[in-house]
Design a protein around this ligand. Sequence first.
Ligand code: LIP
Length: 238
Amino acid sequence: MADPWESTMDHAVAIARKAGETSSHVPVCFRFIGEESVAAGESCILSDSPTWIIDPIDGTTNFVHTHLTVTSTLDLQVEFGVVYSCIEDKMFTARRGRGAFCNGEPLQVSQQKAVEQAIVATEFGSDRDPEVVDKIFQSLRNVLCLPVHGVRGAGSAAMNMCLVASGCVEAYYEIGVHVWDVAAASLIVSEAGGVLMDVEGGEVDLMSRRIIAANSKTVAERLVKTIVAFSPPRDDAA
Ligand code: LIP
């Protein structure tokens, strides 16, 4: 079996070389966006330079409490995405147009489109503002009462999205995530046949901190009608 990590790195190097060729031998400059660098005051703005979007640990609360799932996520301008579930030793990878894999095995989203039969994943996030918490609970109540078959949460945005890609859950939504939580897994979901949507419908914007990842447009659109939308400050706000 091909080593997905090795081919991912080969691809990164190929992109860097190509960028170098087309820029009159100006050295390629990789940029980084990460939870820790942004917390330290660095920019979260995407440019034309190849950019690694990195979250060393997604699911920090799980990690601190020695709970189940902890993931590391990497992404390069959504050309490819890597999510590593270190507790389970599962490496999720995707390259644009080349499919999504878990430990080298192809991933496919669930074919279940009846929302009443769906498992929906979500998280409570980290914002403890009572007004925000109220909206999160209103959405949760609405989703439960659709009704859906069940609601789950892995404690990691990236892991929830990999569960969508694996066909274990039909959808995941959250308002309050960051670009480094979801960028890599967004490609894994779409390469596994899933769809990404904003919580008010339309195209997802990874800097907007709002996301629906679903197995189908049908399920995503049912969630759009159900979620109480709000807009946290964008990741790329100046
Ligand atoms: C967290 C996510 C979690 C989400 C939080 C937060 P962290 O990331 O994994 O699912 O609810 O909003 O973004 O802080 O563990 O990297």
